[in-house]
Structures are given as structure tokens and as C-alpha cells.
Design a protein. Structure first.
Length: 94
């Protein structure tokens, strides 16, 4: 039982670390203007943590640059719903 629990903990921590790495990769791609890879990474992060409003904000920004205005608005609205007092929500209202 202890062995199973240890494996579960390692898998859980590893998944979280992977999501953080993908967020960083998304930010780096965004800053380089590689919006396709940025979107892929931010979508991955959101799939694994749907409440990550920072990843959602960056994804919305990517969508705007890809002329996906409706998708960007959906992300902005989701950010405001999830974390109305956050900086991401305040920026999403502009």
C-alpha cells in the first residue's frame, strides 16, 4: 500500500510540475511571437488546471493575435467568472 501511495504522489507532483513547465514554455513562445506553440502550451495548462487564470489570460491574448476574437472573449469572461478580483480579471475587462 505504501508503495502505491508513493507512486501516486510522484505521479501527481510530476503532472503539476509538467503543467508549470508548459506555462513557462507558453510564455516564452508568446514573447517570441510563436503564437501557435504558445496556444498549445496554454491550452495544455488549462486542461490540467482549468482555474489557472494567468494561462487563460495569455491564451486570450494569443487568440486576439490569431484574430480569434470570439475565443478570446470567452477566455476573458471565464477569467472574470473564476477570479473576479484578480489582476487577470481586471485586465480582461479592458
Amino acid at each position: 500500500m505504501k508503495k502505491f501511495l508513493l507512486i501516486f504522489i510522484i505521479m501527481f507532483i510530476g503532472t503539476g510540475a509538467m503543467a508549470v513547465d508548459r506555462y513557462t514554455l507558453g510564455v516564452q513562445a508568446y514573447k517570441k511571437g510563436d503564437f501557435e506553440n504558445a496556444a498549445i502550451n496554454f491550452e495544455y495548462v488549462i486542461k490540467n488546471n482549468s482555474k489557472n487564470v494567468n494561462a487563460r489570460y495569455y491564451l486570450a491574448q494569443v487568440y486576439l493575435r490569431q484574430n480569434r476574437v470570439s475565443d478570446a472573449k470567452n477566455q476573458y469572461n471565464r477569467i472574470i467568472f473564476l477570479a473576479p478580483e484578480s489582476l487577470a480579471a481586471k485586465l480582461s475587462q479592458k
